[in-house]
Each structure stands twice: as structure tokens, then as C-alpha cells.
Write a protein that binds this ligand. Structure first.
Ligand code: CP
Length: 314
């Protein structure tokens, strides 16, 4: 494997899940694989889990780590071909990507959607231009439209908690005071289409995800009906794809104990960070069925598996 841009870069999901679970048992088993090599982590947006788990994974493999917060600290980048750069942007991605490729052996990038222009966001300008001009492997640490490290983590976590029967998994929209990208939901939906599961999405009318991502996945606009007999409830806010970037704080969609009682004793999942008592009641996230902390722990092993595959391919 060269780049890890989307979950399409996973050749065999079952194999990857099993390999990640093996890494989790012995995280230092490949502690010299990355010796004398360097990973650069570029952040155009904030992060806790992605930043620390990817660093931890890199350190477990013996890699050196360089972290750069681009926004406010790096030169503002131009991405357009043939642009007369007489406005605010100081450096073109062509040079930036080539220069970083000399300092690092692997590059990982976080660059969220702007939520201003759907076509531009779904073109994946930032990560795709770095992939185009860098001469080293590039990892997506959440781009405008996808969060494949999170989705791999989620698949590992679900596999660890899988019931004997085929699980029912619900992706539920929940309210949020800010407009958030569709990236986590998109990658989760793509991942669920690759797993053995009865998968359903529930959200208010107007919050449909891109049809090229949801394909034939059933959508139920009745959240309580969707929750019935669920084994996993995966909760995430996203802003509207159709009325691009519009948010909603409809509190009737918050995850409560009463709604969780409709499920088959479902595990509660969320990628974090989460707004308590807006997205989910304290009683749910603090319950024994909440696996959000375990889920966050698995971020390290998902990232480590991706880094290991890239290093073994170099
Ligand atoms: N889930 C996730 O990506 O968390 P961070 O934004 O804190 O990295």
C-alpha cells in the first residue's frame, strides 16, 4: 500500500481487522520497522485523538515524528494551477509537498471541509493535491469528505464486540450547535457496506448524506423505530449535504436512556469529541454500554496497522 486516502485502500477488511487486533496484543512487536524514518503530521484543523494516536502508533514502530499546525503557523497555501499569486496565499502546494517529501518518509494530513462550497469540498483539494505533488506516501487523517482511520477503528471496535448473530447497526444523526462536516458519517457508511451487518441510517429529513455514498443503505426518518433491536448505535452529527453546510439543533434527536431501551442492549459508539447533554445524555455515555473510550483507544492500532503496511511497502 502506498497512500491511505479512503477505506477503498483496504484490500481485505477481515484480514486488516485481525491484524489490528494482533497489534493491540503486542504493540511493540515491530518497534524497529520505522527506525531512521520520519513521519510528518500536518494539521489544518484541531485534533486530540488523531494527533496523539497517530504519534503513538508511529512511536510504537520506531518512527521519528514531526508535527506542524499549518493554520496560523504555516504559510497559507495556494492550490489552483496557473494562479497569479498576488493575493493572500504565500506558497503553492507544489513546492510545499515536494519540500516536505525531502524531510519526511510518510506524510499524514488533516484538512476538514470548509462547508462553503460542496463541489470544492468533495474534490478534496488539500489532500489530493498533496498526494499529487508529494513523492512520499500520504495518509488521510480526516479530509473534507472522509475519515478512514476512524472508520477502520470503528470496524475493529465492532468486531471486538460482535454478537453471535448478524448485528443490527444504526448510524444516528444527533443535534449539534455547530455545522460539522459529513466526513466521519461518510466513511462509517462506506465501512458498514463492507461489513456483515443489518445497517440502517436515521436522521431528520434534509440530512441525507450523498447518495453516491449511501447507495442502497436503508434510511429511516423515525429514530425510535430505527433503534428497535439495534446491537450498536453509532451517533454523529453532520450538516446537510443537500442544503450544504446547514446545521440543526433539534433536541428531539438527542440520544437518551429511553431511546437506548428500545435497542437490544446496544453498545453506544461515538468518534469523539462529543457535546454531552446536547448529542447524548450523560446517563448514556456514562453507562456500561458506552464503548467510546475503548473506541478511541483503538485509534492507535488502526493507525499503526496503516503505518506498518506503508513501511513494509517502502
Ligand atoms: N475522532 C477524532 O478524529 O478525534 P479528533 O478530532 O480529536 O482527532
Amino acid at each position: 500500500m502506498n497512500n491511505y486516502f479512503s477505506i477503498e485502500d483496504i484490500d481485505s477488511l477481515d484480514t486488516w481487522i485481525n491484524q489490528a487486533i494482533e497489534i493491540k496484543k503486542n504493540p511493540l512487536s515491530d518497534k524497529t520497522l520505522g527506525t531512521d524514518k520520519t513521519i510528518g503530521l500536518l494539521f489544518f484543523n484541531p485534533s486530540l485523538r488523531t494527533r496523539l494516536s497517530t504519534q503513538k502508533a508511529a512511536l510504537n514502530l520506531g518512527l521519528n515524528v514531526i508535527v506542524m499546525n499549518f493554520t496560523g503557523e504555516g504559510w497559507s497555501l495556494e492550490y489552483g494551477d496557473g494562479k497569479v499569486m498576488d493575493q493572500g496565499n504565500s506558497e503553492h502546494v507544489k513546492e510545499a509537498a515536494q519540500v516536505i517529501s525531502q524531510y519526511c518518509d510518510i506524510l499524514a494530513i488533516r484538512a476538514f471541509a470548509t462547508l462553503k462550497n460542496r463541489e470544492e469540498d468533495y474534490e478534496e483539494k488539500v489532500v489530493k493535491n498533496f498526494m499529487k505533488y508529494a513523492s512520499i506516501p500520504v495518509i488521510n487523517m480526516e479530509s473534507a469528505t472522509g475519515h478512514p482511520l476512524q472508520a477502520l477503528t470503528d470496524a475493529i471496535t465492532i468486531a471486538e464486540h460482535k454478537p453471535i448473530h448478524k448485528p443490527k447497526i444504526v448510524l444516528s444523526w444527533a443535534p449539534h450547535p455547530k455545522a460539522l462536516p459529513q466526513a466521519v458519517a461518510n466513511s462509517f457508511v462506506e465501512m458498514m457496506q463492507r461489513m456483515e451487518a443489518d445497517f440502517v441510517i436515521t436522521h431528520p429529513v434534509g440530512f441525507e448524506l450523498a447518495s453516491q455514498i449511501t447507495n442502497e443503505v436503508p434510511i429511516d426518518y423515525n429514530q425510535e423505530k430505527a433503534f428497535k433491536d439495534a446491537d450498536f448505535v453509532y451517533v454523529k452529527n453532520w450538516s446537510s449535504y443537500t442544503d450544504y453546510g446547514k446545521s440543526s439543533q433539534d433536541q428531539s434527536w438527542m440520544i437518551t436512556e429511553e431511546k437506548m431501551k428500545l435497542t437490544n442492549n446496544a453498545k453506544f459508539m461515538h468518534c469523539l469529541p462529543v457535546r454531552r447533554n446536547v448529542v447524548v445524555d450523560d446517563a448514556v455515555i456514562d453507562s456500561n454500554n458506552s464503548i467510546v473510550i475503548e473506541q478511541a483507544n483503538n485509534r492507535t492500532y488502526a493507525a499503526q496497522l496503516v503505518l506498518k503496511k506503508i513501511l513494509e511497502n517502502k
